[in-house]
Design a protein. Structure first.
Length: 150
């Protein structure tokens, strides 16, 4: 298979996965973790699942574009540098989701103790998955970093 065709297939699959996550965040989140006691209902009623998906997709794809096309340096073409970008994404995206969640819930006077921490684990999982998807989608056209992380 031609290298450019393979690269375009990876990009198309990555875009499809990101779009599915953006269009079906409620179903995906609740398939991984459903919360009793109304927490899931409150997330749904306030549109937070969609916000979470937008934060995760936006931050992970942006971090990959920054790494592969803005930084794009021979000095940073190593897996530890890619790992740094992953760690930054895994801090930034869940943090944005948690702040959004707490902000909306405090506006409505809702208090949940353990559920937001469990949801943070879901955010970490989805951030990791989306970062890897974005990596395999955009890395092929980078002039210097395309061989990172593997």
């Amino acid at each position: 298979m031609n290298k450019n065709v393979r690269s375009l297939i990876f990009l198309a699959v990555g875009i499809v996965i990101a779009i599915v996550f953006l269009l079906m965040p409620t179903e995906i989140y609740e398939a991984v973790k459903y919360f009793d006691g109304g927490y899931s209902n409150e997330l749904y009623n306030h549109g937070l699942y969609s916000m979470f998906a937008m934060f995760i997709v936006g931050i992970t794809w942006a971090m990959n574009i920054i790494y592969y096309y803005v930084i794009n340096s021979v000095k940073f073409d190593r897996w530890p540098h890619w790992l740094i970008m992953l760690i930054v994404s895994m801090v930034a995206a869940p943090a944005a989701c948690i702040v959004c969640n707490e902000s909306v819930f405090s506006d409505y006077g809702l208090v949940y103790l353990s559920e937001p921490l469990q949801m943070a684990i879901c955010h970490l999982l989805f951030t990791l998955i989306m970062f890897v998807v974005a990596t395999f989608s955009v890395r092929w056209w980078s002039s210097n970093c395309r061989h990172s992380p593997f």
